[in-house]
Design a protein around this ligand. Structure first.
Ligand code: FAD
Length: 412
């Protein structure tokens, strides 16, 4: 395999981990990392958290780049092709197409992630932003520095983190959510409401079950008009209504695309030597025996590594199975979830979500533990992830919970 070329499209977390894993596995051929953004690969989670925080006068937020250009080029021998979105894929000719030419590959990892969904009809209105890239974060941070009255459209994780950052600066913040409760898809209705209580406790106005009719302003946003006829004054509107897998460039490639690049358990697309990883990949997760597309840091990193190893040595390809995990920081609290949020029953086994700063909720599907959500449960969440990995039954999970948080479970 020494003379082969690995091309990775998407120069972010999954793509970088793919390139790193290839070298770690002893791959000595060429590695080209192609990225649409001009930036070196950087980390996204801090962009809606520490990156937005107020700093002492004159200080700038810390860079979130993973590695320097020198390390990437000289130590890892990665050729960087940045600011160059792939525009097409010719699987018959083993070529990735770029505006400036083409790149031949022997093995390919697709890691183009996802792009933020935008609010229709807001193009060209200043003060309206999504938050997906570091360029977005720079603009949002600038607006917060200027004291913007902030409206967040969508009470998902990223939007909620932005709201928390704005509140920490003492700004007026309203979060608008079209669904009756926030985070329905991520953690379910009941626990979504429990997380959302953090907004109210911290002085953020949360309005659920109301849509956005229009954004008004003369060149720059001045107010958000709601479907119930009321409006909220705004200098900054952050739109956090989800992300769309970045698959446009694969049109006509013959790859199966359906809410992401469809892959088997090995992250294989079905086309010789072409694998996918990260937010763009929808793969069969053997751990839960279902097809999933995650938008979580941990799985993107892990999938990148697995996809590269499998692409370079398909004969010994291994499946990627995982218990999904994500975290989110709101105000001074950490929300963590492991597993899947589909549940026949949710049991709070420690703390009271209405009043406490720490609680734990177990999700049951059939007779199996399917998920665990915690607020400030950093000391136990990975233990529950271990239970999920072992496919623990509901009874075992309750027994474990009783041994850890005895009194509360007994009362539940
Ligand atoms: P991405 O990070 O989306 O990277 C894909 C890259 O591919 C991008 O740089 C893009 O420009 C590039 N690209 C797209 N199309 C092309 C093309 N045609 N050609 C070349 N390049 C292309 N997860 C958590 O678990 N916890 C958190 O607290 C958390 N916070 C987050 C906060 C923010 C603001 C964001 C945006 C995400 C957060 N996430 C969090 C999610 C996590 O960051 C993502 O799951 C992770 O970045 C996915 O990595 P990826 O490499 O698959 O995709």
């Amino acid at each position: 395999m020494a003379q082969e070329t690995l091309v990775v499209v998407g120069a972010s977390l999954a793509g970088l981990r793919a390139a790193e894993a290839a070298r770690k596995a002893g791959f000595e051929g060429g590695i080209t990392l192609v990225g649409a953004e001009e930036h070196l690969p950087y980390d996204r989670p801090p962009l809606s958290k520490a990156y937005l925080d107020k700093l002492p006068d004159g200080a700038s937020p810390a860079s979130t780049e993973f590695r320097s250009a020198d390390t990437l080029r000289d130590e890892l021998g990665i050729e960087l092709v940045l600011g160059a979105p792939a525009t097409g894929l010719d699987t018959a000719g083993n070529r990735v197409l770029l505006d400036s030419g083409e790149l031949g590959y022997d093995a390919l990892v697709i890691a183009t992630g996802a792009a933020a969904r935008t609010l229709p009809g807001t193009d060209g209105l200043a003060g309206v932003h999504t938050l997906r890239t570091v360029d977005d974060a720079i603009v949002v941070r600038g607006a917060l520095e200027a004291g913007a009255r902030t409206v967040v459209v969508g009470a998902g994780f990223i939007g909620s983190e932005v709201a928390a950052s704005a509140r920490k600066r003492g700004l007026e913040v309203t979060v608008l959510e079209a669904m009756p409760t926030p985070l329905v898809r991520a953690v379910g209705e009941r626990m979504g409401a429990a997380c959302a209580a953090l907004h109210e406790r911290n002085g953020t106005t949360l309005r659920c079950g109301v849509g956005v009719s229009s954004l008004e302003g003369n060149g720059r946003v001045e107010r958000v008009v709601l479907s119930d006829g009321t409006s909220v004054e705004a200098d900054l509107v952050v739109v956090g209504i989800g992300a769309i897998p970045a698959t446009d460039w694969l049109e006509g490639s013959g790859l199966q695309v359906d809410n992401g690049v469809v892959c088997d358990a090995n992250l294989w697309t079905g086309v010789d030597r072409v694998y996918a990883a990260g937010d763009v990949a929808r793969w069969h997760n053997p751990m839960f025996d279902r097809s999933m597309r995650l938008e979580h840091w941990t799985s993107a990193a892990e999938q990148g590594a697995v996809a590269a190893r499998n692409a370079l040595d398909p004969e010994s390809a291994k499946p990627y199975q995982t218990v999904p995990y994500f975290w989110s920081d709101w105000y001074d609290s950490r929300i963590q979830f492991v597993g899947v949020p589909t549940a026949d029953e949710i049991e709070i086994i420690d703390g009271n979500p209405e009043s406490d700063g720490r609680w734990i909720a177990l999700y049951r599907e059939g007779d199996r533990l399917s998920g665990v959500l915690t607020l400030n449960g950093q000391n136990v969440i990975m233990k529950y992830r271990g239970l999920l990995m072992r496919k623990a039954g509901w009874g075992d999970a309750l027994e474990f919970a009783a041994s850890r948080h005895g009194a509360s479970v007994a009362e539940a």
